[in-house]
Design a protein around this ligand. Structure first.
Ligand code: NAD
Length: 362
């Protein structure tokens, strides 16, 4: 396992010297057919999900990469036709400011590095897409938002579920309430991971831990299902494998209480296969199961309605939605503040678990 500093040192990528550069002002009248996207961090999600999805998009094109692993560059250039001038490392990515091919910089790094690189991205004057969870702390989230505001660029968080059509129906029902008032919601996601690999996801400094990686889906779902913000949280962590989960939690259980007496619960775990978002209302219920998956999100309601609209690729839908919003200068579906609200709750969950008491959410 490499700590952030060691990794940067080993990669020969000592930072510093990245100043706030003159940047392009936000363009509201984009004339381009497609936005040029530059991926920062070429790990599993970039290689196996985002890059293939970019090939399916109508409004985006993969045009640049930022990597600290030179050995990955030839494959990426060959496979995606990326020119030499559009290949950057963490030390020279400020140069993207002068690259007209690139319109959006997409941060796909370990969570603990999101704020540092999202801020550097914003300072190039390009729009910023940042993977979930947005950052480790609300303070870091706010710093990203401030950098994007200062540079007059748009910021979207990679919550693909909010672009998925069955999830959109749940979001619509939070407003239309076809089954009457919402009374109770449960959002649980977990996998039984018998031998978790020793990566940054097990490293607290780099933003590891289930509550960050997967728990934010539950928190986000409880917020979009109710259409409200929680008032209080009560939480605890469980760890059946302390020799494996040394720095980060294995399981987190939490209750979020919302206005109007709506009670909700969430669970995220590496010890059990679960994946359900269930809403109990005054006159019925509805659920999605799985509600957090790359494919096959589906569900049903108490009146026999099926929620099973199919889309080919969630990431392509997400990136096209975000690209169109930028090109047409419309609000993004999942702006930075959405990511920050979840991290405020993650911090309250951790505080509640630590103190063993209910915490008020600011
Ligand atoms: P990964 O471990 O596969 O890739 C991480 C990349 O970051 C690697 O290329 C690695 O070389 C690079 N890196 C740079 N500095 C590093 C450091 N100090 N330590 C370790 N790696 C370093 O991770 P991933 O699964 O691709 O996740 C990346 C981001 O994408 C995370 O924020 C994660 O939450 C997010 N993600 C989102 C989804 C989704 O469905 N939206 C799915 C998976 C991952």
């Amino acid at each position: 396992m490499q700590k952030r500093r060691t990794f940067i040192k080993k990669s020969g990528l000592a930072l510093g010297g990245l100043s706030v550069l003159p940047h392009l002002a936000f363009k509201s009248n984009f004339q381009k057919q497609k936005l040029g996207v530059c991926l920062v961090g070429l790990g599993n999600y970039s290689e196996n999900l985002l890059a293939p999805a970019l090939q399916l998009t109508e409004h985006c094109e993969l045009r640049g990469i930022v990597t600290g692993s030179p050995e990955k560059i030839p494959m990426w250039q060959r496979k995606h036709g990326i020119s030499d001038g559009n290949v950057y490392n963490y030390d020279n990515m400020e140069g993207i400011a002068n690259n007209a091919d690139i319109d959006v910089i997409y941060i796909v790094l370990p969570t603990g590095l999101h704020s540092e690189y999202a801020i550097k991205a914003a300072d190039t004057g390009k729009h910023v897409w940042c993977e979930k969870p947005m950052a480790k702390t609300a303070e870091e989230c706010q710093a990203i938002i401030n950098a994007c505001t200062k540079n007059r660029v748009k910021l979207a968080i990679g919550y693909r579920m909010q672009h998925e059509p069955n999830t959109r129906k749940i979001i619509e029902w939070s407003k239309t309430k076809p089954f009457g008032a919402i009374e109770k919601v449960r959002a649980d996601v977990g996998w039984n991971i018998s031998n978790p690999p020793n990566t940054w996801r097990m490293d607290a400094e780099l933003g590891g831990g289930l509550i960050y990686d997967v728990g934010v889906y539950c928190i986000n779902a409880l917020r979009y299902t109710t259409g409200m913000e929680p008032l209080t949280v009560t939480a605890h962590h469980e760890n059946t494998r302390p020799k494996v989960y040394k720095e980060v939690e294995e399981t987190t259980l939490f209750n979020l209480d919302f206005p109007n007496g709506i009670r909700t619960s969430g669970k995220t775990t590496a010890a059990e296969n679960i994946n359900i978002l269930r809403t109990e209302c005054q006159n019925g219920w509805y659920e999605l199961s799985p509600f957090q998956a790359y494919r096959g999100v589906k569900g049903k309601a108490s009146d026999g309605t099926f929620l099973n609209t199919y889309i080919e690729n969630q990431q392509a839908r997400q990136m096209d939605d975000d690209a169109l919003a930028i090109m047409e200068n419309r609000p993004l579906m999942v702006p930075g503040v959405e990511g920050m609200k979840d991290i405020v709750i993650v911090e309250a969950i951790n505080e509640s678990a630590r103190k063993g008491e209910t915490i008020k959410i600011a």
